[in-house]
Design a protein around this ligand. Structure first.
Ligand code: NAD
Length: 491
């Protein structure tokens, strides 16, 4: 008998969705999809090859050139986007169960994902209705105006952490802008993406606007990146994959948006509200199983409070409940896949010679019955981590954090900036001037001052250095998916 939760009506096979139809790969290729608590295959998925991507791009291109979607009035498109949001919310419970089952995310954290995804659709629906573009008059001589046009078929390539929500972050603005799309979801977690087809059909999105090709990055993802009829790629994933895609996009001079990896610092000054800083820095690296691009995975603490901080932080980390992702008491579930588990565990071992282990350091004890082979890692904390340590420099993307002391503001800034990444930074201090000065000097695309990682969909989202290229959010996303043609008229 199964000892772990399995969603009702779990599909045993996942297909592509091309031109309004569920289809298998033309050559019949498939791959196995594992659940992370037993690491056994629960389904097969169609493994897209170049021919399947060609078919999906052809369907999307046909819907772009001949279909109604790019030519519909913003208000009409917005009505469909609102209907999509409602259809997403209607799937809230099922989506949470699917995400938990497929990714190992704790169910209490998976529950918010549908609302966030729905909000992405409502937000971009509102934005396109309110959108206006500039007209510039040169008196007596010329009138110049902006003619905004959707670019065409958008290629969307997404990672396995909070997969459905991150897919919505690309689907909502691209579709709102009037583009048609081909989505290539992550191969570790294709389950929730299978919900999109039904959601879009129900909401009345015209056939061919949304297309989905499952499969490996090197096959399906690569074919999408190299396809000449796909003028832009929106990618979220590892920095090294981003570099490869960047090179491949260059061939066709494609537009690119890249949301990449991170090794974000959380800086805690001695004058900070220590209770709030400890709560938030625990949340920052142990929520979402630590599989969070903006995780505050390097905590820099001012020497005056360093020992107290380390002691209190480690004590709290030890109380985090690791276990069955479907149990509402669980705070850290199973990591997504055995390959990723091996990577995280290798850093846990490296950390033992690079820092002082103060919590975790391996598999947790007392794993749920039947889940002894699951990809579980105890929340792990290393203190006294030197800036040249690999666990200080490299993205681990799991429930592992390093703590490093500093003395002065200058030293804190130098340590914060001492990585190739620049996604997020978190600063804890009650000195307003210091907080703002630090925010302006730190090399990070996003900074939270005395704050959790909360999102405002209007503000820029993205990283600097190896963490990304381009910023999305608000009208920046619409700009990315549209051409702004300048039309000049002589008066
Ligand atoms: P990944 O780079 O391994 O894969 C991401 C996607 O790219 C997958 O769909 C994969 O199949 C595809 N892919 C792989 N090789 C490809 C190729 N040659 N051509 C085209 N597509 C290819 O990343 P991952 O392990 O799925 O995700 C974790 C990473 O994503 C972490 O580094 C994390 O920081 C990053 N991430 C960044 C953000 C952000 O907003 N900055 C958000 C979430 C995750």
């Amino acid at each position: 008998m199964t000892k772990h939760f399995v969603p009702d009506n779990l599909p045993s096979h996942l297909q592509h969705y091309i031109g309004g139809k569920f289809v298998d790969s033309l050559g019949g290729e498939t791959f196995e999809v594992l659940d992370p608590v037993t690491n056994t295959a629960y389904a097969t998925a169609a493994a897209g090859q170049k021919a399947d991507v060609d078919a999906a791009v052809a369907a999307a291109r046909d819907a772009f050139v001949n279909g109604p979607w790019p030519r519909m009035k913003p208000r009409e498109r917005a009505k469909v986007l609102y209907a999509i949001a409602d259809a997403v919310v209607a799937q809230e419970d099922r989506l949470a169960e699917m995400e938990t089952f497929d990714t190992g995310l704790p169910i209490t954290q998976a529950r918010g994902q549908a609302q966030r995804a729905a909000e992405n659709f409502r937000f971009f629906a509102d934005l396109i209705v309110a959108q206006h573009d500039t007209a510039l008059k040169v008196p007596g001589s010329q009138l110049n105006y902006v003619n905004r046009k959707p670019i065409g078929v958008a290629g969307l390539i997404t990672p396995w952490n909070t997969p459905f929500m991150l897919e919505s972050w690309k689907l909502a603005p691209s579709i709102a802008s009037g583009c048609t799309v081909v989505l290539k979801p992550a191969e570790f977690t294709p389950l929730s993406a299978s919900l999109w087809a039904e959601i879009f059909e129900q909401a009345g999105l015209p056939e061919g606007v949304f297309n989905l090709v499952n499969g490996m990055g090197e096959d399906a993802g690569d074919a999408l990146v190299k396809h000449p009829d796909v003028p832009l790629i929106s990618f979220t994933g590892e920095s090294s994959t981003g570099q490869l895609i960047f090179r491949n996009c260059a061939e066709n001079l494609k537009g690119m948006s890249m949301e990449l990896g991170g090794k974000s610092p959380a800086i805690v000054f001695a004058d900070a509200d220590l209770d709030a800083a400890i709560d938030s820095t625990l949340f920052g690296v142990f929520s979402l199983n630590g599989e969070r691009c903006t995780a505050g995975s390097r905590i820099l603490v001012q020497r005056d409070i360093y020992d107290t901080f380390v002691e209190r932080y480690a004590a709290r980390a030890k109380t985090i409940v690791v276990g069955d992702p479907h149990d509402p008491k669980t705070q850290v579930g199973a990591l997504v896949h055995p390959e990723h588990y091996d990577k995280v565990m290798s850093y846990v071992e490296i950390g033992k010679s690079e820092g002082r282990l103060v919590a975790g350091g391996g598999r947790p004890e007392n794993l749920p019955e039947g889940q002894e082979k699951g990809s579980y890692v105890a929340p792990t904390v290393f203190a006294d981590v030197a800036p040249d340590a690999r666990i200080f420099q490299e993205e681990i993307f799991g429930p592992v954090v390093g703590i490093t002391p500093f003395d002065t503001d200058e030293e804190a800034l130098a340590l914060a900036n001492n990585t190739k990444y620049g996604l997020a930074a978190y600063v804890w201090t009650n000195d307003l001037k210091r907080a703002h000065n630090f925010a302006q000097s730190v090399e990070a695309g996003m900074v939270w001052l005395n704050s959790h990682n909360v999102r405002d969909l209007r503000s820029p989202f993205g990283g600097v250095k190896a963490s990304g290229l381009g910023h999305e959010g608000g009208y920046r996303s619409i700009d990315f998916y549209t051409d702004q043609q300048a039309v000049h008229i002589t008066l």
